[in-house]
Design a protein around this ligand. Sequence first.
Ligand code: ZN
Ligand code: ZN
Ligand code: ZN
Length: 262
Amino acid sequence: MKVTLLGTGTSQGIPVIGCGCQTCKSTNPKDKRLRVSAYIEVSGYGINGNNTLKILIDTSSDFRQQMLANNFDDVDCVLFTHHHIDHIGGMDDLRQINQQKKKKIDIYGNQLTLDEIKITFRYVLDERLQKHNSVPLLNFHYIDSNPFKINNLEIIPIEVFHGNLPMVGFRIQNFAYITDASVLPESEYAKLENLDVLILNALRIRPHPTHFSLEESVQAAKRINAKQTYFTHMTHDLMHDTTNELLPPNIQLGYDGLSFEI
Ligand SMILES: [Zn+2]
Ligand SMILES: [Zn+2]
Ligand SMILES: [Zn+2]
């Protein structure tokens, strides 16, 4: 399995429009953060005669730019964590994959997430537009707390809270991805044992009502104890190099374009 972080920034992206802070002015490419998303290639589980299953987590507002920047041209399925606009905003650009690859795209999310996507992207359901291929062509798959399979690959939903909002992270083999959490219920820790790599959100130093602060993320990461943890969904409060110097080597800030094999 190969994982690429397409974006690691909070909802505004970094640099923030109009901000002159050190991180926003930084020339370090690792301080440039698009909205959060990840691309996962799992060999041996491909569909339509391909070896590799290509999974996208969330269609961020920067989805098009992220696909181009990483030379990706295909998506088999999308796992949605929740319906906030920074996580779904780029969905219209799945059209290009429908057209180039001549297929519909399977999208997975909980009831609230997919219902909200149908409201935000109401035009996608218009059958006249579907016939003209002028909307993303999607198969909606509603998930609950139970593990589900995509072409025999098991995906385990991790149920977390984002303030009061129940939302999901995902475990695939020894990799797990959790973003936008502020609470990891006790029941979910057992689903996160023996991870090689964990992606977890860490917003900023100061506490926030609906996101883990850096300190809270470090505590959760230490308890989960993956071999390696990378943080995502950071604000401009967290400068890449200076923050990483303060963190243990196996718990570090991720960055856009970071990729690794498991
Ligand atoms: Zn978010
Ligand atoms: Zn800034
Ligand atoms: Zn959110």
